[in-house]
Write a protein of this length. Structure first.
Length: 226
């Protein structure tokens, strides 16, 4: 399939600006101020590395970015999981701003910075997954010519991308200076687990060699635990 790089770049620029705008609105509007240093640091941790990642894949693997543009899940169960997860995700991003405005939490600056480091570490892990697996689509699917990836992070756990996402989600509230937002971000973990289990069922059915890979690589998310 021939990729229109100019069109792909336009899509990427549009989605990057949209993502930054939406996150900024969800953080600063409830806060009622731009003097919210935790939110500025978090946005930098999230979006500055994203610029480098997008630039890297535009040069090295534009086909991967084209796959990441797809948003519509093919399985009904996945659609339901995404809808529920989005509810917690969007509410969760409004709470830290309100927390900042009304002073509900008192998260030490050292904890905020440490949480930002974990969020960045999770993002780096996701990037490592993307480099290793060009078929790491945003939706659950198996494409023609797709093969089982067993190298890099996949040699340790079967779903390293989800591990990276869990680290990012769970530590986002602390990075934004809010304990109360944990109430909405922590439920994203079981949503990811449900998505993971459903994805495994599909991969075992449709991706040759995946059953054997599961037998060799025992752990799904956390080495020696699960």
């Amino acid at each position: 399939m021939t990729i229109d790089l100019a069109e792909l770049k336009r899509k990427i620029v549009f989605r990057f600006i949209l993502a930054f705008t939406v996150i900024a609105i969800m953080l600063f509007l409830p806060a009622g101020t731009l003097l919210y240093w935790e939110a500025w640091v978090y946005c930098a941790v999230l979006f500055v590395p994203m610029l480098f990642v997008l630039s890297y894949f535009l040069r090295k693997d534009p086909g991967f970015l084209e796959r990441r543009m797809r948003l519509h899940e093919k399985e009904k169960r996945q659609e339901i999981i995404i809808i529920i997860a989005d509810f917690f995700f969007f509410i969760g991003f409004f709470v830290p701003g309100l927390d900042h405005r009304y002073g509900w939490s008192d998260v030490p600056a050292a904890v905020v910075i440490a949480a930002d480091v974990v969020v960045l570490s999770g993002y780096i892990l996701v990037f490592a997954v993307f480099r290793e697996n060009s078929y790491a689509s945003r939706i659950i699917e198996v494409e023609a010519g797709q093969t089982v990836v067993t190298t890099g992070p996949y040699a340790i756990v079967r779903h390293p991308m989800y591990l990276g996402e869990i680290l990012m989600f769970v530590f986002t509230p602390l990075a934004l200076g809010s304990y109360w937002a944990l109430v909405f971000f922590v439920p994203l973990v079981p949503m990811i687990v449900l998505r993971l289990l459903n994805e495994e069922d599909m991969l075992k059915r449709e991706l040759p060699g995946y059953k054997e890979y599961c037998q060799r690589t025992r752990y799904r998310l956390v080495p020696y635990l699960w």
